[in-house]
Design a protein. Structure first.
Length: 134
């Protein structure tokens, strides 16, 4: 599949990626699609255009399969819960509804966790901040 070839070009270890990292990578591909659309409107073309198009098609197919398997998927909210542990450090846990789907590293503040999530392409419906690790 060409999307896997594109990930290999980007030096991604996709076989050992956590689900949250893979979802972040797919979201970045969607953002890249918007940027590429602007380039194409200017008459510019990249040698990765075919890889991008196949990647976006694969993402749309994957999203459609997930939604058809679980109709409530679209109703589930994506929530980033940020916790402060006993050492005063902050970590994030990503939930889809009540199911935990990923975690992010340890940071010095809740804002750093929020920023790291945004930079990785994770767009949450809500963010909840807790003082103690649950």
């Amino acid at each position: 599949m060409k999307i896997l070839a594109a990930m290999e070009i980007a030096d991604c270890d996709f076989e050992h990626m956590d689900m949250d990292v893979l979802v972040g990578a797919l979201l970045k591909l969607k953002l890249w699609d918007s940027h590429h659309h602007n380039l194409n409107m200017q008459g510019k073309r990249s040698f990765l255009d075919d890889l991008r198009a196949d990647g976006i098609e694969a993402i749309k197919k994957y999203e459609a399969e997930i939604e058809s398997e679980n109709e409530s998927f679209a109703e589930e909210r994506l929530i980033l819960r940020i916790y402060q542990n006993e050492l005063g450090l902050w970590l994030g846990r990503l939930f889809c509804g009540e199911a935990e789907i990923g975690q992010c590293g340890v940071y010095g503040s809740a804002d750093e966790v929020r920023t790291a999530a945004r930079q990785s392409g994770i767009l949450c419906d809500s963010i909840e901040i807790f003082q103690k690790d649950a």
